[in-house]
Design a protein around this ligand. Structure first.
Ligand SMILES: CC(C)(COP(=O)(O)OP(=O)(O)OC[C@H]1O[C@@H](n2cnc3c(N)ncnc32)[C@H](O)[C@@H]1O)[C@@H](O)C(=O)NCCC(=O)NCCS
Ligand SMILES: Nc1ncnc2c1ncn2[C@@H]1O[C@H](COP(=O)(O)OP(=O)(O)OP(=O)(O)O)[C@@H](O)[C@H]1O
Length: 690
């Protein structure tokens, strides 16, 4: 490794010292990049060897406690930023941090998009960057750049020796002993400042040089390139505010302190004391987040983190700088971009949910999500949407429950014929047949399982559907705190035969989507009815679908029309693509019904539901499997479909005709099946007798 590092360092020093042309420096940076890649492989192998070798003393309970405190605070000390607490788990958020004048002056057509990746020690920057590298992205690691820059003989080496004495030089290798230097500086604020005064300008200078080279190469190749720069000290060093701007966008990776301490001990053999000392030398999380445009939480698996990062990177690579441009034009925004809830956090919040349910007689308000936690907000602005969420948050659990229990709901018989109405509470108590809507909200996204991203447009290797799933609140009468695959609810006493309307109402109420919420897009459509009977309930499901992608496109068209002044420096074409940068339609979650929402693929739902630790509503899952089987043209043996009796005649509601033709289809297929079986039996019989 030493040889490779020296080769890279020498190449860079030569390039820097002799003022080579951009092209030549690009070649030099190749060597450096190779060196960095090698070095990172060695470092990772080392980390892997150390895995499990040391224990920091931080227990699962410490981590859980910290997470719970964060969730209770609803804001991880970053409430002003609107980072949802419970809903933040495992998700990535686009923040509305200002990007500064320097960035505004950047050329939107530039071929190089530079993303800074920051976060405290042990937060998972390297884990994320490793995934980005594996998916084909270019990553510059500033820790390693610095290690190269302080090789013996460099300016930095001499400055360090002068500042800290020969005691920091390893007698055997003649190099700076980083362990010894670390032991000096992280104990003493003035020492760390002295070190930073030497290191940070050198690193920033080198970084500019490398970026210039990569830019020149991108121009030469006529290709847009995405470059990630991993730098723990990015915010502390003020590199996000450097002029001319260094970064187009800054991402932060974050995780609870205790979890970081534990991971550092396990992965790098760092003592808990040392880890905490370094954490104390870094700016606190809210300060970092307030200067970043994207936050990626790393409470869960490395896979979840990697998926989030690779998905965002694909978006940036496909759209280029224009994707990052319109922030000033469309105002601040904050949006969930769709990462599964990590199991451990989901469990923690489910436990919290169960507690809240049990404590209904006590202080249920304390269990409500915070205003920010209750919603992902709209491009209208984090501020304005937090306001709308705050109005939702004024839920009084006891009165919400009482109201819900008293609602008149439609009663049906075992063959789905309407037969009167009854209070919801009585329906539950008597396990009476009723009808309910199950709305599957789907959105086609770039397939995250596709090959390397970064070189071509999103969707190059196909798309996959993601479904909007959510966690039910703790005070629902049915399956409180469970995960649910769909939006929907019990059909009201006066909604019999108008299930599509009921579906639109539920969709609007629960997640703020569709025409029922006054938004553009095609209303949800009931596809079929399904009979379901369990120990808990007997229900005829009106299974409906809502195309969130189509709704989002319609909304974007509206936004475009509403934006009067094109942002300076953008062509109409750039403007058009830039709206697409926002991932997923804006959701407005109903505080009383929905605790958190996520976009998952069917495979992810299946995986999560297979884990006994995750509780999902059983009827929601059954409907989802039926819906998917039908969508894929497979037969659905789990299904018994019948249109409501009142809808079978000539005056059937629109969805009833769909159901009718669907039923006829099933019947036709069944008949055809029997004909085939008969024919085959005939052939077999004739062969046997022959
Ligand atoms: C103190 C030194 C010798 C310790 O070396 P060591 O090999 O143990 O750590 P390494 O350089 O790999 O850094 C590991 C992590 O420590 C943290 N860290 C390093 N330097 C600093 C710093 N000045 N302030 C806060 N945190 C720091 C970061 O989270 C970093 O990712 C070394 O980190 C150093 O010289 N730091 C100053 C230069 C710097 O700021 N580097 C970070 C660039 S992103
Ligand atoms: N989601 C995760 N689950 C389990 N371990 C993780 C996860 N994310 C990171 N780790 C481990 O935690 C340790 C610290 O992570 P990583 O090296 O990515 O942190 P970092 O932010 O790059 O820190 P530094 O500031 O030192 O560069 C590593 O050993 C890594 O393998």
């Amino acid at each position: 490794m030493t040889a490779t590092l020296s080769r890279g360092a020498a190449a860079v020093s030569r390039a820097v010292a002799t003022g080579l042309s951009a092209e030549e420096i690009a070649l030099s940076s190749d060597s450096l990049r190779d060196a960095l890649d090698d070095a990172s492989e060695v470092a990772d192998a080392f980390a892997a060897e150390m895995a499990g070798a040391v224990d920091s003393g931080a227990t699962d309970e410490d981590v859980e406690r910290e997470l719970a405190a964060m969730e209770e605070a609803g804001a991880v000390d970053a409430g002003a930023l609107g980072i949802p607490g419970a809903a933040a788990a495992g998700a990535s958020y686009l923040l509305d941090a200002p990007r500064g004048d320097a960035r505004a002056a950047m050329d939107p057509s530039d071929a190089l998009v530079v993303v800074g990746v920051t976060g405290g020690i042990g937060s998972g920057k390297s884990a994320l960057c490793e995934a980005l590298r594996a998916s084909g992205e270019t990553v510059i690691d500033c820790d390693k750049v610095w290690h190269l820059l302080m090789e013996p003989g460099s300016d930095a080496f001499e400055q360090l020796k002068a500042a800290f004495g020969v005691g920091i030089i390893n007698a055997a290798t003649g190099k700076v002993d980083r362990g010894a230097l670390g032991a000096i500086v992280f104990k003493d604020a003035s020492a760390v400042n002295k070190l930073n005064g030497i290191a940070w300008p050198a690193i920033a200078g080198q970084l500019r040089q490398l970026l210039r080279s990569l830019r020149a190469r991108a121009v030469r190749e006529g290709k847009r390139r995405l470059v990630f720069v991993e730098a723990a000290v990015l915010v502390a060093a003020g590199w996000d505010r450097a002029e001319p701007a260094l970064f187009d966008e800054v991402w932060a990776v974050w995780a609870p302190v205790e979890l970081r301490v534990r991971r550092l001990a396990r992965g790098r053999g760092m003592s808990a004391e040392e880890a905490r000392r370094r954490i104390a030398a870094q700016p606190p999380l809210p300060d970092v987040l307030s200067r970043c445009q994207v936050a990626l939480s790393n409470f869960g698996s490395v896979d979840a983190l990697a998926r989030a990062g690779v998905e965002l990177a694909a978006d940036r690579a496909a759209r280029g700088r224009a994707a990052l441009w319109p922030a000033a034009a469309v105002g601040p925004w904050l949006r969930v971009v769709g990462v599964p809830p990590p199991r451990e956090t989901l469990d923690a919040s489910l436990r919290a949910g169960a507690g809240a349910g049990a404590a209904a007689g006590g202080s249920p308000r304390s269990a409500l999500p915070s205003p920010a936690g209750s919603a992902a907000v709209s491009p209208g602005g984090a501020g304005s949407a937090a306001g709308s969420a705050a109005a939702e948050d004024g839920v009084d659990v006891a009165s919400a429950r009482a109201k819900s229990a008293a609602e008149a709901v439609l009663l049906v018989d075992g063959s789905n014929a309407d037969c009167g109405s009854v209070r919801r509470s009585e329906m539950r108590r008597g396990r009476l047949w009723h009808r309910a809507t199950y709305v599957f909200v789907r959105r086609a996204t770039a397939a995250t399982t596709a090959g390397p991203v970064g070189a071509g447009p999103v969707g190059r290797a196909g798309t996959e559907d993601r479904f909007l799933v959510h966690r039910r609140t703790a005070w629902k009468d049915y399956c409180p705190g469970f995960m649910d695959t769909n939006s929907g609810g019990v059909v009201g006493a006066d909604e019999g035969g108008r299930e599509s309307e009921a579906a639109a109402r539920e969709l609007a109420e629960e997640v703020g989507l569709g025409p029922g919420a006054g938004r553009p897009g095609v209303a949800p459509r009931v596809l079929f009815f399904k009979r379901m009977e369990s120990e808990r309930a007997r229900v005829w499901a009106a299974v409906a679908e809502f195309d969130a992608g189509q709704a989002e496109a319609a909304e974007e068209a509206q936004d475009k029309a509403a934006l009067p002044v094109p942002p300076a420096g953008m062509s109409p074409e750039q403007r058009a693509v830039s709206w697409g940068a926002l991932a997923g339609p804006t959701l407005r979650l109903q505080a009383s019904e929905v605790a958190a929402a996520f976009w998952l693929t069917a495979a992810e739902v299946e995986e999560a539901a297979a884990d006994p630790a995750d509780e999902w509503t059983p009827d929601g899952l059954r409907c989802m499997w039926s819906y998917l089987r039908r969508r894929d043209g497979a037969s659905d043996s789990d299904e018994e479909a019948a249109a409501p009796a009142g809808q079978r005649g000539a005056g059937a509601a629109p969805e009833a005709s769909t159901v009718g033709s669907d039923e006829a289809d099933v019947e036709r297929r069944r008949t055809l099946g029997w004909v085939c079986v008969g024919a085959m039996l005939g052939i077999v019989a004739s062969r046997v007798s022959w």
